[in-house]
Design a protein around this ligand. Structure first.
Ligand code: ADP
Length: 758
């Protein structure tokens, strides 16, 4: 044995050792790929170690070096086959079948080895009297078939995957894997051809190189594109060829000059001319050949990135519109990198809060669906934290992205993008530039990736300004809206003061007048029963109205302070309806209004505060009466439904064919003191047509519905006193409201629950 052999074996052992450390650093039991790699590298290491120990002639009884090397190499190559299948994301079933066959081969080999050792002759595997040499040959056949199975399964699966459509980076990885498989296959051939000779000299380095390349491919997420490397190699050879040709022409020219010009000075002059000509032609020829080779090999000419970035900067300098900015950016992406597909995502919500990525401009995307990625999305988190570009391949394989929701993963995959580059302002993610593959199908080079980052940086600066401007405009709009609201509220408040005082003053005057009459009653008057009854009724009516108004105010203020308590029990809507219409029967008659009810009896019983529901329906019926002219129609319809969260509920619709409500007031009518009517129309009568009230009725109705966890809204095409489109109020109440725990109230308050529904 020679000294170089031990150096070679030690070097291979060292490489295996380093690979093992690298795998351990990334060890994760859950990752089947890393587990396969770890086992494979360890077995390779062990085989190498045995080789070294055998070479050093370290004697031990525990290990038969020859057998250990063969066994570990066989197990290593079988694990490599499994590694390939898991790299190709084959199903668990395929992997199980593969390992079933693999383990059978290993067991058979081990059984034969036991025989060979002479420990259990005839028990483990019946060899029918075959000699030790025969058993050795059998073992070699079994081991050989193991190698053939592993390498063939890897090659067959790889070639079929290579034919399919995959992201460029994945395909690149498969090409690397093809080289790995060839290296290991060649190592296997040397192993069986000549173990002591060619395997040690050629096979072992091939095996080590194969495993090193395999580990690099599994452990690193960014492998240089093989096709690109090859193309650059071609390009380099081409340029070298052109330049060496010029040099050769020069050298040949010089020798010819020597031959034909004898005169020394003349010769020198001609040589100088030749040298100058050569020097002058170097650069243009180099440029020309570079251009031609680029076009020939890469299918495009070398780009002038500086020029492009300058043009991009000019285009975006004064752009304060985010949409235009993103359009210009996508155009620059297409122009500079010749991309097939691309998206500019913009973070719709700035600040430290959640990130809401929205695709603003796209190119080459068909059937594109919008989807917002939230802060919890690992892609957003990664870009924000790492501040570097990320490839789709990394999203597929890196453990950080395992937690990503499947629908988000599918959506990203469907976009068929390759690279994601963050647009950042310090810690803040303002957007993402997403690049699909280039039109010519080559992967992005380092230079092109730098260009992507540069583009994102420029976009960040411009977007910063544009977003600030947009925010300013939004804030401006919001301030305007708030201003309008404040003035509406202000107007409502001052109107309320006058209405409230009017509402209270009128019944008070009424009481005052009648009590004066009471004081002035003469004995004769007292005998006139009709007269005295009229006086007492006047006082009662005034105080009743006053009580109503004050109660309404107290209720609304209680709801405002969150102290509207419900006293719940089973409630039947039909009974609520009957209670609610009772006070209005005379006025319905007087104003010839038809009030009908539909399907209320079919509604299920709900858990609610019956008194409050009567109050709610009374107010809605009252409004329907007030805003529907004489002879109109009011309908109350019920139907079972569900809440937005799927809980069972009932829906009650109170519709009329009255004057209707302008859509711009659909929200505001539920606000305190808001009335569409002019305060001039204000009336002390609760039921007069278009007689405006204090503007608190709907506020109370909404408070009652919301305290029951219900929903309320209005539908009406608009206000039109001539055509009378009518309005419909919808109330949805859950069958079982999730109410906060009841607070014990003073006894007196509880007694106010007067109506009980069964
Ligand atoms: P008000 O005491 O003025 O009736 P509400 O809070 O009950 O106050 O109603 C607020 C406003 O909503 C009313 O001024 C009216 O303009 C409008 N409104 C309510 N119900 C109806 C309806 N059924 N038809 C038309 N307008 C309505």
């Amino acid at each position: 044995m020679e000294i170089p052999e031990i150096i070679l074996i030690s070097l291979c052992l060292l490489i295996f050792g380093v690979l093992q450390v690298l795998v351990i650093l990334r060890w994760r039991l859950a990752d089947i790929l890393v587990v396969h790699l770890g086992v494979s590298v360890s077995l390779g290491f062990f085989a190498n170690l045995c080789l070294l120990l055998a070479w050093l002639e370290v004697t031990t009884n525990a290990l038969n070096y020859e057998l250990s090397i063969q066994l570990s190499l066989l197990a290593m190559i079988l694990t490599f086959g499994g590694l390939t299948l898991s790299l190709l994301k084959k199903t668990r079933r395929t992997l199980l079948i593969y390992w079933g066959v693999g383990l059978a081969i290993l067991l058979l080999w081990s059984g034969l080895a036991f025989n060979f050792q002479g420990w259990a002759t005839g028990i483990v595997v019946a060899t029918n009297g075959v000699g030790l040499n025969g058993i050795e040959q059998l073992m070699a056949i079994v081991a050989g078939s193991g190698w053939v199975m592993a390498i063939t399964s890897a090659l067959v699966n790889l070639t079929s995957e290579l034919k399919q459509r995959h992201p460029l980076q994945f395909l690149n990885r498969l090409r690397y894997w093809l080289i790995v498989t060839f290296l290991l296959g060649a190592a296997g051939v040397t192993l069986f051809a000549d173990f002591t000779g060619s395997f040690r000299w050629v096979g072992l380095p091939l095996l080590t190189a194969g495993m090193a390349l395999a580990s690099y491919n599994v452990l690193s997420y960014q492998t240089p594109d093989l096709k690109l490397l090859f193309n650059w190699g071609l390009h380099y050879i081409g340029i070298t060829f052109v330049l060496s040709s010029i040099t050769l022409i020069g050298l040949v020219g010089a020798t010819q000059l020597y031959r034909f010009i004898a005169h020394r000075t003349h010769l020198l002059i001609w040589l100088v001319i030749l040298a100058v000509l050569m020097a002058a032609s170097y650069r243009p020829l180099q440029r020309l050949s570079n251009m031609l080779l680029m076009r020939f090999i890469f299918g495009r000419t070398d780009r002038d990135e500086t020029q492009m970035i300058r043009r991009y900067n000019q285009n975006i300098r004064n752009t304060l519109d985010v949409q235009r900015l993103s359009d210009v950016t996508i155009k620059a992406m297409v122009e500079t990198l010749d991309i097939e597909r691309g998206v500019v995502f913009i973070n719709e919500r700035n600040g430290r809060g959640p990130v809401w990525l929205k695709p603003l401009s796209t190119v080459g995307l068909k059937n594109f669906t919008t989807k917002c990625l939230t802060i919890e999305n690992p892609l957003v988190g990664y870009l924000r934290k790492e501040k570097t570009m990320l490839s789709q391949y990394e999203i597929d394989v890196r453990p950080e992205f395992k937690s990503m929701a499947q629908d988000e993963k599918d959506w990203l995959l469907a976009l068929e993008l390759e690279m994601y580059v963050p647009i950042l302002r310090e810690q803040e993610l303002m957007g993402v530039l997403a690049f699909g593959p280039q039109k010519n199908g080559t992967a992005y080079s380092k230079k092109e990736k730098d260009l992507m980052v540069m583009l994102a940086e420029q976009a960040a600066v411009a977007m910063d300004g544009a977003l600030l401007f947009q925010q300013l405009a939004t804030i401006n709009d919001e301030v305007g809206l708030l201003n309008d609201r404040v003035s509406v509220l202000d107007k409502s408040k001052s109107e309320f003061l006058s209405i409230a005082s009017h509402e209270l003053k009128t019944p008070l005057t009424q009481i005052h007048t009648y009590s004066q009459l009471l004081l002035d009653l003469t004995e004769d008057d007292l005998k006139d029963e009709t007269y005295t009854k009229k006086v007492f009724e006047g006082i009662a009516r005034g105080s009743e109205r006053m009580r109503d108004v004050i109660e309404l105010m107290l209720d609304v203020s209680a709801a405002d302070m969150g102290s509207m308590y419900l006293f719940t029990g089973p409630v039947i809507m039909k009974e609520v309806f009957e209670q609610a219409i009772r006070p209005y029967l005379p006025v319905l008659d007087e104003r010839r209004l038809a009030l009908s009810e539909n399907s209320l009896a079919d509604l299920p019983t709900i858990e609610a505060d019956g008194t409050r529901l009567v109050q709610m329906l009374e107010n809605l019926i009252n409004n329907a009466i007030k805003y529907t002219p004489d002879g109109g129609q009011i309908t109350i319809t019920g139907r079972p439904t569900t809440m937005s969260d799927g809980e069972p509920a009932v829906e009650i619709m109170i519709s009329d064919n009255g004057i209707g409500i302008d859509p711009q007031h659909h929200e505001m009518i539920f606000e305190k003191f808001f009335r569409v009517e002019d305060s001039k129309n204000h009336s002390t009568s609760k039921t007069k047509y278009k007689g405006a009230g204090p503007g608190l009725g709907l506020t109370l109705v909404r408070a009652i519905v919301e305290t029951h966890n219900g929903e309320i809204w209005v539908e009406s095409v608009g206000r039109d006193e001539v055509n009378r489109p009518g309005s419909a109020f919808y109330v949805v109440l859950p069958l079982l409201p999730k109410l906060p725990e009841r607070i014990e109230l003073p006894q007196s308050k509880i007694i106010t629950q007067t109506i009980t529904y069964s």
